[in-house]
Design a protein around this ligand. Structure first.
Ligand SMILES: *Cc1c(COP(=O)(O)O)cnc(C)c1O
Length: 390
């Protein structure tokens, strides 16, 4: 019989991320009447906090759903059947969002990609300039492509859209970047920001968000895709009083309230820097091992996760099974067409130097035990890098 695990499980996948004890405790209290005065107070506080986190003066809508729900909400609230949408094959999640759009009856133009980089702002400008009669109604980009660890430069993409003088709505998936990588909905001219609870926000899965610009609300007045559960209008009206049109995920909202307190305590800029620093140290280890990083563009490296490619002939999922069995360490699987060829190290959310050292030690030892040819010393290189960094 297998030995039962002792000590803490290491959940180092790029979401769901580790949920801090503080947040677990905050959720462990009685559910209250979601139409009563105590709830209204909580509701207003959370919605204010989310606006701050997303960087918007406009509404942020909260759904009891996974992030996929917010993908759908962004599309069905603003678009009509047959509308053209420009999307990008940055990786598995880029493809999945495009598939959602296709299933909803939108006409998706998916710009092909090699799953090793983010969206090229120049390609955006070119594509939009070619669209002389301005048939694209929306352009949708992932901020952090979680299947590869490549970050798209949202601010620059906005400038490309402006240079092309194109009126398409700009939609951004921040599901794995919000609260981990710098992001500004209003300042960067985003129309719909899509996010979820279980990655940078350090919460369990179950909440999804859409931040909505005035232009997106305007578009929702004439958009004709069918919608009911995802409809913004009733949400926004009820949210003004701190309420929701249907039963919210009350206990997850208790957790969100605590998560927002933690964000304010540490400070957003410090949190972004912490992620950048842990990403840099992780890459130091990977390069020391002599392995390849999935993201091929250094200016797009992610502070949230690192995708690690294995040499030909080695099965990444067999290696992952070994680290789970031996060290109780969960690493992220390769998704879609990357399955088996790479694994992902999550270094996001509630995380610190020692957790990173332990994670990298588990990876290094696991690679050796799986007979994958590496140079030892990756963990030491990461430690030295952080000592130098300060
Ligand atoms: C996790 C993730 C999703 C999917 O979210 P679910 O909560 O699993 O529905 C979509 N996009 C990105 C970038 C993600 O990281």
């Amino acid at each position: 019989m297998a030995r039962p695990p002792t000590g803490r499980h290491f959940l180092q996948i790029p979401g769901p991320s580790n949920v801090p004890d503080r947040i677990l405790r905050a959720m462990a209290r009685p559910t209250i009447d979601h139409r009563g005065p105590e709830f209204a107070e909580i509701g207003r506080k959370i919605l204010d906090g989310l606006r701050w986190l997303v960087g918007t003066e406009g509404p942020v809508i909260v759904y009891p759903s996974s992030g996929t729900g917010a993908w759908e909400a962004a599309l069905v609230n603003t678009l009509s059947p047959g509308d053209r949408v420009l999307m990008f094959e940055t990786g598995h999640f880029g493809v999945e969002w495009a598939e959602v759009a296709g299933r909803l009856g939108l006409d998706v133009d998916l710009v092909p990609g090699d799953w090793r980089q983010g969206v090229d702002p120049d390609v955006v400008e070119e594509r939009l300039k070619e669209d002389e009669s301005q048939t694209y109604k929306a352009i949708a980009v992932l901020h952090n492509e979680t299947s590869t660890g490549a970050v798209s430069r949202i601010h620059e993409i906005r400038r490309s859209i402006d240079r092309a003088g194109h009126p398409a709505l700009f939609m951004v998936d921040t599901i794995s970047s919000l609260g981990s990588i710098e992001y500004h909905h209003d300042e960067w001219g985003v129309d719909v920001t899509v996010s979820a609870s279980q990655k940078g926000l350090m919460l369990p899965p179950g909440l999804a968000f859409t931040g909505v610009s005035a232009k997106a609300i305007e578009a929702s007045r004439t958009a004709t895709l069918p919608r009911s559960y995802w409809e913004w209008e009733r949400m926004i009206a009820q949210n003004e009083k701190g309420f929701f049109p249907y039963t919210p995920a009350t206990n997850l909202l208790y957790g969100l309230r605590e998560s927002l307190v933690m964000f304010r305590e540490e400070g957003l800029e410090n949190i972004f820097q912490r992620h950048i620093r842990h990403g840099a140290a992780t890459r130091r280890a990977v390069l020391t091992w002599g392995l390849e990083i999935q993201c091929g563009h250094p200016e797009e490296y992610s502070g949230v996760l690192t995708g690690v490619r294995l040499p030909e002939g080695h099965d990444a999922d067999r290696f992952r099974a070994l680290t789970l069995d031996r060290f109780d360490l969960s690493l992220g699987t390769g998704l879609g067409k990357l399955k088996g060829t790479m694994f992902r190290i999550g270094h996001l959310g509630d995380f610190n130097d020692l957790m990173l050292f332990a994670t990298l030690a588990g990876v290094e030892s696991g690679l050796a035990l799986a007979d994958i040819p590496i140079q030892r010393g990756g963990v030491n290189a990461a430690i030295a890098h952080l000592e130098e960094w300060g």
